[in-house]
Design a protein around this ligand. Structure first.
Ligand code: SER
Length: 315
């Protein structure tokens, strides 16, 4: 019997690429994509798609029953910058969608669950460099508070109810095929588009703001790997630190300049600077590497080259 998967939030930055990768592995008909609206895009047109509100338990339960779903990937969320503008809705969406899927797993209606956490669980009092898995966590953003609470609930549901929920603290994610959706790390995607179209970019963070980042190919591989790992390899049931590279706007601009020599960057920090300043600069992820064999492929140099090549084809 093949595994049947439901992706909630399939049209977002991660969901789009995750849907394609999971369909390649498990077969198109076994991967049901869903989102709050039906866009005319690849995800919708390349296989089964359902309109769903992640806040509606009955809708999710109905889909799980109709499609005999085994595993859910819950990718719907409000990210850091958007959440600051609408705290009540961010808390509602980020927490209650998680409770819905945790409760479906608790009731035995699904077998396994993926839920993304973030570097936003850390805060200004956390050690900034090589941030450990276990450390001071006092998130100061709405998004970070929701992710930190979510992690506690995941661990609780695992310990008390035996729910198989797996999670990664994603760093900033960089991709060419789908736009980011309202995060503080989005500059590292925008910069590529503007470098190609305008040869110049005005950055909303200051020049030396160093943050942990990852190319989407690596993030998708990590997501699928942690979900496919035997349960006994998963030692952390809150969420795993995960890292690939760390850089500043100055450093990524210099890397882009190697390909587009006339490229220039200017800095106009806005409210997102404060969010970025509260997050780690680099992450210690040895536990993910030891427990379930995590290994990244892309660094700043190879990611920049691949981004520019792929975006040049499409722009
Ligand atoms: N990339 C996300 C954000 O900036 C962090 O998880 O909100």
């Amino acid at each position: 019997m093949s595994t049947k998967i439901l992706i909630i939030g399939a049209c977002g930055q991660i969901g789009t690429e995750l849907t394609h990768s999971l369909r390649k592995i498990y077969g198109t008909d076994n991967v049901i994509a869903s989102d709050i609206r039906k866009l005319n895009n690849d995800v919708v047109n390349s296989g089964p798609f359902e309109v769903i509100n992640a806040l509606d338990f009955n809708q999710i339960e109905h889909l799980v029953e109709v499609h005999k779903i085994d595993e859910i990937y819950l990718m719907a969320a409000l990210l850091s910058a958007t959440a600051e503008k609408n705290p009540a809705f961010a808390w509602d969406l980020n927490m209650n969608s998680l409770f819905h899927v945790l409760n479906l797993a608790k009731a035995g209606k699904i077998k396994k669950l993926f839920w993304p956490s973030s570097i936003a669980v850390f805060g200004p009092t956390t050690p900034k460099e090589n941030t450990p898995q276990y450390t001071i966590m006092e998130p100061s953003t709405v998004y970070g508070i929701s992710k930190q609470s979510g992690e506690r609930w995941c661990e609780y549901y695992h310990n008390i109810f035996g729910v198989d929920v797996r999670s990664i603290r994603y760093p900033g994610l960089i991709s060419y095929s789908s736009p980011p959706g309202g995060g503080t790390t989005d500059y590292a995607v925008d910069i590529f588009h503007k470098a190609l179209s305008d040869k110049t970019y005005e950055c909303f963070l200051s020049s030396e703001t160093k943050m942990p980042m990852m190319y989407m190919d690596d993030a998708i591989a990590a997501t699928i790997n942690i979900m496919q790992a035997p349960l006994e390899e998963i030692k952390i049931h809150s969420s795993y630190n995960l890292a690939a590279m760390s850089f500043t706007p100055t450093e990524i601009a210099a890397e882009i300049k190697k390909h587009i020599p006339e490229f220039t960057i200017t800095y106009e920090p806005d409210f997102r600077q404060k969010i970025a300043d509260s997050w780690p600069a680099s992450i210690d992820d040895h536990q993910a590497r030891e427990d379930w064999g995590w290994n990244h492929k892309y660094d700043l140099e190879t990611m920049t080259k691949d981004m520019l090549e792929n975006l040049s084809k499409s722009e």
